[in-house]
Ligand binder design. Structure first.
Ligand SMILES: Nc1nc2c(c(=O)[nH]1)N[C@H]1C(S)=C(S)[C@@H](COP(=O)(O)O)O[C@H]1N2
Ligand SMILES: [Mo]
Length: 272
């Protein structure tokens, strides 16, 4: 799995061409936009011409640096107290199937194994082994960056429990503890479909968030193939683009992973 790990990041060069600016301006949510500081808003006023070229909620290039600052702050203040709202299970609905990248037809779920790698370890893991990890359920809002959301009930294993159980999250194989031993913790998690066609990168704080799951059930039934069977990621701290369906490989790494939608102009962090 060389593709998703350790690729180039998506930062812009010092003097952007128009094409670069266009790329940087693409999709940010209105909410991220409102979360920017006052200085950034003042800068925005001076860049009306840029704004006029973007769709609602997009962030012009000069604000990119502020977003990177936001990202660092978000990582620092992330903790278990900051959880996304949960809903009554009766409110759960079947989400539309959105995105089929990496869900090629020539796939046999019975042959499926998860290939997991980290600084020292490399192993394959069965669905049965993942089902044997502590089961966690949540009824949460799946938010697509395109502007819709749907409440879904999920069941699976927390990614943090998975990392701890298999000694994957740290350089020495110990249980990751971002609060107390941040320097031992590998900084990113990279996930990819078995065919490598869809891939996402997560900062480790988001990956270890208590509402970030490796899911095998949706609304009380095993995942269906279009929704990512046999195993998908679901996280409440990112837009749906990061909730990769049909995970085939997962790598814990210090290099910022490649990300499918970041390479198509969306924000790499894509936080909520
Ligand atoms: N493999 C894969 N996973 C994916 C996508 C995709 O195209 N391929 N699309 C993402 C997007 S944009 C969203 S909103 C959610 C939608 O999940 P759903 O199809 O189960 O509703 O899946 C995400 N995971
Ligand atoms: Mo999405």
């Amino acid at each position: 799995m060389s593709r998703p790990v350790g690729g180039p990041d998506d930062r812009q060069s010092a003097s952007p061409s128009d094409a670069d600016v266009d790329r940087a301006m693409r999709v940010r949510s209105r909410r991220d936009f409102l979360a920017l500081g006052g200085g950034a808003l003042a800068a925005l006023a001076g860049w009306k011409w840029l704004e006029s070229r973007s769709r609602i909620g997009d962030v012009p290039f000069p604000l990119r640096r502020t977003l990177e600052l936001n990202e660092r702050l978000a990582a620092r203040y992330f903790n278990d107290d900051r959880q996304a709202p949960t809903f009554a299970r009766a409110l759960a609905r079947e989400p539309r199937v959105n995105g089929t990248e990496g869900l090629s037809d020539d796939f046999d779920p019975r042959e499926w194994r998860l290939l997991a790698t980290s600084a020292r370890a490399r192993r394959t893991i069965t669905l049965q082994e993942i089902r044997a990890l502590p089961r966690f359920e949540m009824t949460t809002d799946l938010k697509c960056i395109e502007g819709w959301s749907v409440v879904v009930h999920w069941a699976g294993a927390r990614l943090r429990d998975f990392a701890a159980a298999y000694g994957l999250g740290t350089r020495d194989g110990s249980v990751p503890d971002i609060g107390r031993r941040p320097r031992d913790v590998l900084k990113y998690v990279s996930l990819a479909t078995p065919d490598g066609a869809y891939y996402v990168g997560l900062d480790v704080a988001s990956a270890m968030h208590p509402q970030t799951l490796l899911c095998y059930e949706m609304n009380g039934a095993p995942l269906t193939l279009p929704h990512g069977a046999p195993l998908r990621l679901v996280t409440t701290v990112k837009y749906g683009i990061k909730s990769i369906k049909r995970v085939g490989a997962i790598a814990f790494t210090d290099a910022r992973p490649r990300d499918y939608w970041a390479e198509h102009g969306y924000d790499w962090y894509a936080g909520l």
